[in-house]
Design a protein around this ligand. Sequence first.
Ligand code: CAA
Length: 380
Amino acid sequence: MNFNFTEDQLMIQQTAREFAQAEIAPTAVERDKKGEFPTEIIKKLGELGFMGMMVSPQYEGAGMDTISYVLAMIEISKVDASVGVIMSVNNSLVCYGLEKWGSDFIKEKYLKPLAKGEKLGSFALSEPEAGSDATKQNTSAYKDGNEWVINGMKNWITNGISADYHLVVAQTDKEKAHHGITTFVVEKGTPGFGYGVKEDKLGIRSSDTCSLTFENCRAPEENIIWEVGKGFNFAMNTLNGGRIGIASQAVGIAEASLDAARNYSKIRKAFGTEIANHQAIQFKLADMSTKVEAAKLLTLQAAALKDAGKKYVKEAAMAKLYASKIAVECALEAIQIHGGYGYVREYLVERYLRDSKITEIYEGTSEIQRIVIARELLKD
Ligand code: CAA
């Protein structure tokens, strides 16, 4: 696969890099400490076209390809993985799904403001008892005239508090199991829609995560995405693309860990020389660098297949599985290279470790990615 990036792709990468340094880096440590949502940053990312990167200009998107999205996600996540996940959910789980499977009405009313970054979206699939086993939806919806009445609870919803529009997955016909699941757009503030507590997380603390509650919450018929009974297929197909976003986020964290370790090893002295001169450190850096490159290539491969209109289910799962694994490994090695300094908040590497762990869990755990890969491998 040839990854000679185009001028446009390189320009997007450069824009993301400069924006991350100038606008995200200065507040990243403080926001992580306080668990503060980056409202202004997300607004500016919207103005740059980064909240609806792959949406066509017809719907107010930036009309970029998935490769550009990967390059931008890496640069943003390298500086702040919290901003990375907010951006990823809006781009790949919300905007992508609405453009591909939303009606004209939904695209006009909901996709346009989401793609412009004027509004923020969430993807509400997970439940207290339906995480990996996503078909076991307890949230239900029944039809009442021209509306659907939703009851239930969603858990661990990224952007849960800040989002304006939520894509809510619900069981509409229990008899039909996963073919009786439907996805609705629910607006924040709809009567019967409520919030649970904000989660106090190990990492990605500047993004918000909470549970959502639905008590006789009404969504009009026209807010159904795709069609009745297609909600689970919608969620699965959307998550395939989401996994490219999370793989990119993980690559960004891994690259940040490598850069921090490399820079530190060139200034820290032990046994009469910079530690970068010790083979023990060199081997760690060599392994980290190799892993980062491999993860990046897997992620770009999945993106290139998606851009070419080819199947990318297996490749996206492989990219997420591997990139999330090495993000944790690289963050751990960066701490080891920093020694005691790596264990305290004065240096950034402890945050990289805290931020990396979730990439092995959300948008399908590593165990789920292996199931997806194995099933694709054994097909035919
Ligand atoms: N792509 C497209 N379709 C898929 C698919 C995929 N990767 N995986 C499954 N499907 C489809 C199947 O084709 C099947 O469709 P049909 O019946 O219409 O043919 C249907 O889904 C059911 O599939 P299975 O019979 O394989 O169902 P299963 O229960 O054995 O396994 C699973 C399904 C793959 C384990 C699925 O439940 C899954 O992916 N679980 C993980 C859920 C997940 O990723 N959650 C993340 C939450 S969102 C999040 O984290 C966002 C955030 O906030 C950051």
